[in-house]
Design a protein around this ligand. Structure first.
Ligand code: GLU
Length: 385
C-alpha cells in the first residue's frame, strides 16, 4: 500500500517514486528572504529534485507563493503593513520576477515552464474550472511544468483563495494528481503547534482528518505565510477526499523533495479509500459553500445510503444561495456530512423545508422537482472511519 515503513529508530521513510503526477506547493518564506530577496540556491536545489522526479517519469506541477513577499523586497517596502492596492502592486512586481526565476531554474534542467495565475472563480465556477483544467493538461502534455499562483494583482478579499495551501489542493485534485506536497516552514503535523507547546509530538501518518486531528492545528501562522496548519488541514481534506495523498514537510532544507526520500521528517495524509470522482470532485472541493441546510436524523440515514435529499428532511436553511450553488448539509448536531448543488434558491428552500413532496406544488405554485439536492449532485463526506 503506502510505501511507508516505520524503522527501528522510529524514523519514517516515504518514497515519492510511485507517484505519477505530483503537485508541489512552495511557501513564500522558503523562496524569499526579506533582506536579500529570492533564495536562488534553494530554488535551484528544488529544481534539481523536480528534474529528477520528471526524469523518473512523474508529471510535476508547482504552486508557488512569494509574489507579494518578493515584490516587497524589490520595491523596498520593508515590513510595513500594506494596503490592499499596495500588496496588489507588490504582487505585480514580485510575480514577474518569481515566474522568471522558476523559468530559469527549471530551464537549467531542460524543463520548460508555463505560468498560470488563477482567481477563485477559475476553480469554483464549473465552466472556468474545466477551462483551467484543459489549459494545465495541455501544458503537461507539452511537457512544460505549470507554475501556478493566485492572481494577487486583481484578487480582493471576497474573491480570493487567500492562501496557497487550499489553492494547491484545489489544483491538485482538479488535475487528478496522486500526490500533493506542501513545503512549509514546519516539517509536519504535531499534536499541538510546537512553537507554543514544547511537549508536542510529531505525527508521521494521518489515516483520516478527524475533528481530533483538526484540533491539533491551533491557529498560528508563520510571519510570511498566510496559511498556518489550519489551511494545510483544509487542503488535506480537499485532497484526500478526491484520492490525492498529501505530504507536509519542511522546505527549509536544500533539495526538500529528495530529503523525503532520505527519510527526513514528513507527515503523510492517506487518500480516502472511497475517493470522489470527476464532477463530484469539483463539488466536494468547493471552498466556500453558499449556504447550509441542517437536516434531521432520517435524512442523515438516507444520505449515507446514497439517496437524494428531500425537502421533508430539511430542518433549517441558512445563507443566501441561488439555485445551482453549492451548499453544505449539516447533521442535527451541526457536523458537515455532505455537500451538493441545491435545486432551489434560498427563499424557496425556506418555504418548502420540512414539507412532503406532495405539498410542495401548492406552496410554490409550480410543479417542482422532488429533491432539494439530487443524489447525482451530492457528495457525502468521507465516512470510512
Ligand atoms: N499568493 C500569495 C503570493 O504569492 C501567497 C499566498 C500564501 O502565502 O499562501 O504572495
Amino acid at each position: 500500500m503506502e510505501s511507508l515503513t516505520v524503522m527501528a529508530t522510529g524514523m519514517t521513510t516515504l518514497s515519492l517514486k510511485k507517484y505519477r503526477r505530483i503537485a508541489v506547493k512552495v511557501g513564500s518564506a522558503l523562496l524569499v528572504d526579506r533582506s536579500k530577496g529570492l533564495k536562488r540556491d534553494w530554488l535551484a536545489s528544488l529544481a534539481d529534485d523536480i528534474g529528477a522526479l520528471t526524469e523518473g517519469g512523474a508529471e510535476m506541477l508547482v504552486v508557488s507563493s512569494g509574489a507579494i513577499a518578493l515584490g516587497r523586497t524589490i520595491l523596498g517596502l520593508g515590513r510595513k503593513a500594506l494596503k490592499l492596492e499596495e500588496s496588489q502592486a507588490a504582487a505585480a512586481v514580485g510575480q514577474i520576477a518569481l515566474a522568471g526565476a522558476w523559468s530559469d531554474a527549471l530551464g537549467s534542467h531542460g524543463l520548460k515552464s508555463g505560468q498560470i495565475l488563477l482567481t477563485l472563480g477559475d476553480t469554483e465556477e464549473r465552466r472556468r474550472y474545466l477551462n483551467a483544467r484543459a489549459t494545465i493538461s495541455t501544458l503537461l502534455k507539452m511537457k512544460a511544468v505549470p507554475v501556478i499562483n493566485e492572481n494577487d494583482t486583481v484578487a480582493t478579499s471576497e474573491i480570493r483563495y487567500g492562501d496557497n495551501d487550499r489553492l494547491a489542493a484545489r489544483v491538485a485534485t482538479m488535475m487528478g494528481a496522486d500526490l500533493l506536497v506542501l513545503l512549509s516552514d514546519i516539517d509536519g503535523l504535531y499534536t499541538a503547534p510546537p512553537a507554543l507547546d514544547p511537549k508536542a509530538t510529531f505525527i508521521p501518518l494521518v489515516a483520516r482528518i478527524t475533528p481530533d486531528i483538526e484540533a491539533m492545528a491551533g491557529a498560528a501562522a508563520s510571519e510570511l505565510s498566510r496559511g498556518g496548519m489550519r489551511t494545510k488541514l483544509d487542503a488535506g481534506k480537499i485532497a484526500t477526499a478526491a484520492g490525492t495523498a498529501m505530504i507536509i514537510t519542511a522546505g527549509t532544507r536544500q533539495s526538500p523533495l529528495m530529503a523525503i526520500e532520505r527519510g527526513e521528517r514528513a507527515t503523510l495524509f492517506k487518500p480516502s479509500n472511497h475517493p470522489v470522482k470527476g464532477y463530484k470532485t469539483w463539488i466536494a472541493g468547493q471552498l466556500e459553500p453558499a449556504g447550509r441546510l441542517t437536516v434531521d436524523e432520517g435524512a442523515v440515514k438516507a444520505l449515507l445510503s446514497g439517496k437524494s435529499l428531500l425537502p421533508a428532511g430539511v430542518k433549517l436553511v441558512s445563507g443566501n444561495f441561488a439555485r445551482g450553488d453549492t451548499v453544505a448539509i449539516l447533521s442535527p448536531d451541526g457536523r458537515e456530512i455532505a455537500r451538493g448543488l441545491v435545486a432551489y434558491d434560498a427563499a424557496d428552500a425556506v418555504r418548502i423545508a420540512g414539507l412532503k413532496t406532495a405539498e410542495i406544488e401548492a406552496v410554490l405554485g409550480y410543479e417542482a422537482r422532488s429533491a432539494m439536492i439530487h443524489r447525482d449532485d451530492l457528495v457525502v463526506s468521507d465516512v470510512d472511519a
